[in-house]
Design a protein around this ligand. Structure first.
Ligand SMILES: Nc1ncnc2c1ncn2[C@@H]1O[C@H](COP(=O)(O)OP(=O)(O)O)[C@@H](O)[C@H]1O
Ligand SMILES: [Mg+2]
Length: 323
């Protein structure tokens, strides 16, 4: 079993500064301790926030996409408009009216299908989907309810997608992602290519891309060898999206917005996902998709920038373990 990325990065940075790394999870890497002299910190993979400099309050607020939008919008950062709805009624007494599935139907009809839906506490692209009509919304809520309580409905936006990683008020790197795509082999039908892609997505623990990503195409169609069909919706790496570009020189307008958003949330480390909606694609019309308080760094690893991963982790370990 591979150990979590963040655990590998933590161990490498601990070695770099002469700190002691101990696995507390029988070698599986989901829980560890790093110590230096009298000082120590605990960390891990999975649901544990990998960045001990982020406060529990800031991190848990950032896990809630609706709360995140409220905080950063109040700081003047543009966010995607939308509504919060619940797939369950079990905590209905704790909220005001207007957030049930029937309200979701009214809201989606008002903003107009297709809409974009995603779990309010989601990550890695799981259940982030284009929903085409009201039957599809019922189906979405039913599937989502097994794993999540609530979801957001937003207009479907399209633009270049950017991520800026911020640490202690500095934009450390910028990356862009492209859509997942099916690549033809001259033999397999689109539906078979999608099943194969979804097998890989499921191995990551992420919900499969819905069959609706093939809307408008014949599922039996065979793409020529090397032919590429880009799929609409999420672009997360865990959902078969691909890294297009990585740079440690982020565009200044995006960097400023990301630093403002991360600081407004009280996070010391955060990654801000944005769409640039400008027609010229010149970064002049950014809107924040979400802020991640526990961002992965696999993008940097894939781009060969392990130096930057180490710099981020060493700086954080020094902040926690330094004298
Ligand atoms: N309103 C939207 N319109 C179109 N695509 C969206 C919208 N919101 C999110 N996405 C796509 O879905 C992906 C996942 O959404 P995001 O809010 O970042 O959730 P997660 O926490 O799962 O990464 C985004 O990276 C983006 O590609
Ligand atoms: Mg995201």
């Amino acid at each position: 079993m591979p150990i979590p990325d963040s655990t590998r990065y933590a161990r490498d940075a601990a070695e770099a500064i002469g700190a002691r790394f101990e696995d507390l999870d029988r070698g599986e890497g989901y829980l560890f301790r790093i110590s230096h002299g009298e000082k120590f910190l605990l960390g891990g993979g999975g649901n544990i926030c990998a960045y001990p400099t982020n406060s529990a309050t800031a991190f848990t607020i950032s896990r809630d996409k609706q709360h995140t939008k409220a905080v950063i919008a109040a700081a003047g950062v543009p966010v995607i408009p939308g509504g919060l709805f619940f797939a369950h009624t079990r905590r209905i007494a704790l909220r005001s009216p207007g957030h049930e599935l029937a309200d979701a139907h009214r809201f989606a009809a008002k903003i107009g299908y297709p809409v974009f839906a995603k779990p309010n506490h989601g990550s890695r692209g799981t259940f982030a989907e284009v929903v085409r009509d009201s039957d599809a919304l019922d189906d979405y809520a039913k599937r989502l309810a097994l794993d999540f309580e609530s979801f957001l409905i937003e207009p479907v936006l399209s633009g270049d997608e950017h991520r800026i990683f911020v640490q202690d008020g500095r934009a450390m790197f910028h990356s862009t992602k492209s859509s997942p795509s099916l690549i033809g082999d001259g033999r397999s039908a689109l539906s078979d290519l999608l099943s194969a892609l979804n097998a890989a997505v499921s191995r990551e623990g992420v919900s499969p891309l819905p069959a609706a990503v093939l809307a408008g195409r014949d599922p039996a169609e065979i793409l020529p060898v090397g032919g590429r069909l880009a799929l609409p919706g999420r672009r997360n790496l865990s959902a078969a999206g691909a890294v297009e570009h990585v740079s440690d020189q982020p565009p200044p307008t995006l960097a400023r917005l990301a630093v403002t958003a991360v600081q407004a949330l009280g996070l010391r480390i955060g990654a801000v996902d944005m769409f640039d909606l400008s027609t010229a694609r010149d970064f002049s019309d950014p809107v924040v998709i979400e802020v991640n308080g526990n961002p992965g760094l696999r993008t940097l690893e894939l781009a060969g920038r392990t130096d930057l991963i180490r710099a981020i982790w060493v700086s954080m370990l020094n902040a926690c373990l330094g004298s």
